[in-house]
Structures are given as structure tokens and as C-alpha cells.
Design a protein around this ligand. Structure first.
Ligand code: FAD
Length: 529
């Protein structure tokens, strides 16, 4: 039997197998040659003390004890070419993991995705960044792999169901992700690695007899006597099935509008909104690690901060150490920020959404839009930011500019337009704007106060070296598509399964993937009755 061990070691030891074996040998008072293997189960940083340590949970196998490396393998997926068909709308984490689970359960997924495959999508991302052109079907939110494909690929979630989380992580490893994601307390994959994993998932779906249709946008639902019969695509083609998983994400405004128009029940949902702050990574390292240089063995430091301001939570969201701010608009005439990092997180700056929780009452000025009030509130801010950054002149309009309004952090708290904005990681560029103009007064006031409070908790955080970009507005869905708790079917439409982040049942890659699996399981369950 291996011995389970909890130890604290130096950053170097934590990442060097030999040093770790030596450390354990010393603890056990045996020669290093007596240690057959130290299998690290969990690794996390403890940065509370001046000398930063790593907490390691490990299994130690001594010489002669049975030990074998076990590769993580894919489930034995059957061929489902002739099986019952289930439509999955959206190839984000929810849709893709629903499709895999359907196959595992012997059902045939037909995945319908408005965007392009990961390769084709890359060209459209270049066009947004370089030419300011937004393709409404292929961008940072839409396309194969969904919103998570070109992200930091953070894989942590607040989900308490460890088994569900581990299952998704293990599937990701089986599809090519580094096994480190099973060990790190805060695993991430990185923008450079995610597309290949996503492509391999798609290839597996097709190899097993499933279908994946790209550049196919669902534009209508076929419904008879409150039962789903299939979907209609933008070309007028119909695809029939009496089970449809709707996993279109938080930015599919046309889907929310379609549901509303067809009087299919949806509800306004609170979300959070704010700005994306960018600091030099070295400054965040200094604050978080209390040292001038983080050295070779500490990762670029992340941060997580939350404060209550005027009765509302203001918090960091989707923080990307060593990352880049991305233009995430899904239509021309609006701007949206979010962030990504490569797997090494080796860019010079750290960025994070800094957002304030909204309440349904904030959407009152848009009450005439009913369940779409939150979505219209969000849209109005994105469009205002676009105008303020220079999108209103005829030439900028023609160029569909993706510049965002920006302000230095201290200047923002002092209501002062920044005299200059340095080049930031946001490739399309910035325009110096007093950001109070972008947001409703109450939100500006909370953010001004909040940043002052952040600066008190994290000494050095409040600085004019930090640049705020507006807006960070796609934090979660502004709409909920309600479903039955037990069957997971829409409350009115039989056979329709609202799923993932867009339906309001997930937030982030892992929870969306878990929700996709859950919907697939419920479908199989209903078919077996
Ligand atoms: P989505 O991923 O949004 O997928 C929905 C899919 O449906 C899209 O591919 C879309 O094209 C498609 N679709 C929409 N409408 C239609 C239609 N009418 N017909 C056909 N297809 C349609 N989360 C994390 O956990 N960690 C991170 O590090 C992280 N970083 C992020 C960075 C960026 C830049 C962005 C944009 C998001 C990030 N997120 C991150 C959030 C994460 O990507 C989402 O929470 C997650 O992708 C939600 O999964 P989903 O499958 O529910 O929806």
C-alpha cells in the first residue's frame, strides 16, 4: 500500500521529481534508492509566508511495492451511425460534452454550430484584431469549441461535485490535455493547446458516427403541440429530431429573441458587468509573492479579490496571468472585452475582468423588453462603449472599429480623463475616455469606490500603471431558459433541453461540460422508459 503524504516543499522541489524523491527519502529516513515513485495527487501554492512554499499531496511507493503507471484512456465509445438521433445546437463545452455522452449512451448526436471549425475560426479572430471586422457567426464567442476555445482555459469551478469535475478533467486528458490538470489546484490549458483538443473531440464524434455541421445557424424551432420536432437552419433546411439540446451560450442574442418571439418562456437573469483591468505581470507577482522577482519556479501570479461596495459584490472575474485582452464582440457596432493566456502564461501583462453584480431592478429602464431587459441593458453599454471609443464617425463606422474606451485606474477613481494610454495587450487599440460615461452612474460609483478598496487590500494594485478597458459585459447569460429540475426539459416544450451557460445553468468551461453531460443522461433516461 502506498503511503499518502502531505508536505510543504520549495517551488523548485515541487517541480522536480528527483528533488521530491530526495525530500521524501529524508522524511522517511531511507536512501533515495528506496523510493520507487512519488505520485503527486494535488499541488497548490502557499504564498502566505515570505518564503513561498508548495503544498503537495502525494502517494509514496517504496521499492518492491506494486506500482504501475496507468494511462488515462477514452471510454469505449460505440458506433452510433444508425442509432436514434439527438440534435445538439452549439459546439461549446456544453454541446461537445453532451455529444460525447450521447455517444457513450448509444445515441447519435447531430451537432449544429453556427461558427467555423477551429482552423477557419482563427482567420476570423485575426480579422477582428487586425482589421476590426466582426463576423457575426465566427468570433471569440462563436465557433467550434464555443467561447472557451481561445481562452485561458481555466478549469476550476465552484461545483461541489468533485466526481463530475474529475470526469471532465480526465476526458480532457484522454483527448490530449496535460495530466497536470488533474494535479494542480488551479489548472488551466491555454489558448495554444485548446484548439487541438477540441478538434480531437470533434473527430471522435464523427468517427463514432455522429455528425458535426459547421457554418450552420439554427434560426427556428419546429414545434407541434408543445413538443419539439426539430430545427430550421439559416438556409431554410430542416433537421428533425424529437430531442434537442440547446447549448448556444450567453451571446446567442438571436436565439433569445427567437424564443421570446415564439412566446417560449425565458426569464431575465442578473449577471455582472464592469471593466477589464490590465497590470504589468511583474507588479502582480510583486504584490502576490512579496518579492521583486518571482524566479524560475513560481508561475505568473494570479489574483482573486472580492469586496462589498454599497451592498453589491465587486470582484475579479476570469483573471488571466501573463495574458492578453481579446475583442469579444459578436456584432459590429459594439465592443466587449475578455481575456486569454497561452499555456505558459508568458505575456508581459496580467488582465482580469473587474465586475459588479447586477440586480434585476437595474434593468428597469429596459423593462419594455420584458425577459430581454438584461440583454438590452448589456447591449446598450457595449454600443455606447463602441461610440465613445470612436465608432460614431463615418470613417470609423465603415471600419467597424473595435477600439475600446480606456482609462488609467487612478484617473478613473478621480474622474479624470487620462492624458495618455500606453499600448496595452488589446490589439485593436484604445481611446482615452472617462469611463464614467460608459456606465450608469451607480455602477461607476461602485467601481470607483471598489478600486480604492482593492488598493487597500492589495498594496500596489491601485496604480496609474493599470489600464481599465470597457466593457467586460459577457460574464454570464442575461437570460435564463427555464427547465424542469427533474427532467431538465424546458418548462413548456417537451424534448427541448436548455443547457449550459446560455440557458443559465453553468458558468465556465467545466460547469458547462458537466451540464452537457447531464442533459445527455436525462435524454437517455427518458428514452429508456
Ligand atoms: P459556449 O461556449 O458559448 O458555446 C455556445 C456555442 O453555440 C458557440 O460555439 C456558438 O457559436 C454556438 N451557437 C450560438 N448560437 C447558435 C445558433 N443559433 N446555431 C448554432 N450554433 C449556435 N471559462 C472558463 O471556465 N475558463 C476560462 O479561462 C475562460 N476564459 C474565457 C475567455 C474568453 C475570451 C471567453 C469569451 C470566455 C471564457 N470563458 C472561460 C467562459 C467559457 O468559455 C464559457 O463559460 C463556456 O464556453 C460556456 O460553454 P457553453 O457550451 O455553455 O457555451
Amino acid at each position: 500500500m502506498p503511503r499518502e503524504l502531505l508536505i510543504q516543499v520549495t517551488p523548485e522541489t515541487a517541480h522536480n521529481e528527483l528533488l521530491l524523491q530526495e525530500h521524501v527519502a529524508k522524511l522517511f529516513q531511507v536512501a533515495v534508492s528506496e523510493i520507487q515513485k512519488v505520485v503527486v495527487l494535488k499541488r497548490s501554492i502557499d504564498a502566505r509566508q515570505k518564503a513561498i512554499k508548495f503544498n503537495i499531496k502525494a502517494n509514496v511507493f517504496l521499492k518492491g511495492e506494486p506500482y504501475s503507471e496507468s494511462a488515462i484512456e477514452l471510454p469505449d465509445y460505440p458506433n452510433v451511425s444508425n442509432a436514434q438521433e439527438v440534435i445538439v445546437v452549439g459546439a461549446g463545452p456544453a454541446g461537445l460534452f453532451a455529444a460525447l455522452q450521447l455517444i457513450e449512451l448509444g445515441l447519435k448526436p447531430i451537432v449544429i454550430e453556427r461558427g467555423k471549425d477551429v482552423r477557419g475560426r482563427r482567420r476570423d479572430l485575426k480579422a477582428i484584431n487586425r482589421d476590426h471586422i466582426v463576423n457575426e457567426d465566427s468570433n471569440y464567442c462563436f465557433g467550434e469549441g464555443g467561447a472557451g476555445t481561445y481562452s485561458d482555459g481555466k478549469l476550476y469551478t465552484r461545483s461541489k461535485k468533485r466526481g463530475d469535475v474529475d470526469r471532465i478533467l480526465r476526458l480532457l486528458v484522454a483527448f490530449g490535455a496535460t495530466p497536470d490538470i488533474l494535479v494542480e489546484a488551479h489548472p488551466h490549458i491555454g489558448t495554444n493547446k485548446l484548439p487541438q483538443i477540441i478538434q480531437d473531440i470533434r473527430e471522435k464524434i464523427i468517427e463514432c458516427g455522429g455528425q458535426v455541421l459547421f457554418e450552420t445557424r439554427v434560426s427556428d424551432f419546429l414545434i407541434k403541440s408543445n413538443e419539439i420536432q426539430g430545427v430550421v437552419t439559416q438556409n431554410g433546411d430542416t433537421i428533425s429530431a424529437n430531442k434537442v439540446i440547446l447549448a448556444t451560450g450567453h451571446s446567442a442574442r438571436d436565439i433569445f429573441e427567437l424564443l421570446d418571439r415564439k412566446k417560449i418562456l425565458i426569464e431575465a437573469k442578473p449577471f455582472a458587468l464592469g471593466v477589464r483591468a490590465e497590470h504589468p505581470q511583474a507588479l502582480i507577482d510583486k504584490i502576490q509573492y512579496s518579492c521583486d522577482f518571482r524566479g524560475a519556479y513560481l508561475p505568473p501570479a494570479p489574483y482573486s479579490i472580492v469586496k462589498q461596495v454599497n451592498g453589491r459584490g465587486m470582484y475579479s472575474f476570469c483573471m488571466c496571468p501573463g495574458g492578453v485582452i481579446a475583442p469579444c464582440a459578436t456584432s459590429p457596432g459594439e465592443v466587449v472585452t475578455n481575456g486569454w493566456s497561452p499555456s505558459k502564461r508568458d505575456q508581459a501583462t496580467a488582465n482580469s475582468g473587474i465586475v459588479v453584480e447586477l440586480k434585476l431592478e437595474d434593468f428597469k429602464p429596459f423593462a419594455r423588453f420584458g425577459a430581454l431587459a438584461g440583454m438590452e441593458f448589456q447591449k446598450a453599454i457595449e454600443q455606447k462603449a463602441w461610440h465613445l471609443a470612436g465608432g460614431s464617425s463615418a470613417s470609423e463606422l465603415a471600419k467597424q472599429t473595435q477600439k475600446v474606451p480606456a482609462q488609467r485606474m487612478v484617473d478613473f477613481t478621480q474622474n479624470k480623463v487620462s492624458s495618455s494610454i500606453p499600448k496595452t495587450s488589446y490589439v485593436p487599440g484604445t481611446t482615452s475616455v472617462e469611463l464614467g460615461q460608459v456606465f450608469p452612474g451607480f455602477l461607476t460609483q461602485i467601481m470607483r469606490e471598489g478600486f480604492v478598496q482593492f488598493g487597500k487590500s492589495m498594496r500596489g494594485y491601485m496604480t496609474n500603471e493599470a489600464i481599465l478597458h470597457a466593457p467586460e459585459s459577457r460574464t454570464s447569460s442575461p437570460v435564463r431558459i427555464p427547465r424542469d429540475h427533474e427532467t431538465l426539459e424546458h418548462l413548456q416544450i417537451k424534448g427541448l433541453y436548455p443547457c449550459g451557460e446560455g440557458a443559465g445553468f453553468a458558468g465556465g468551461i467545466i460547469s458547462a461540460a458537466i451540464d452537457g453531460e447531464k442533459c445527455a443522461l436525462k435524454i437517455a433516461e427518458s428514452l429508456s422508459k
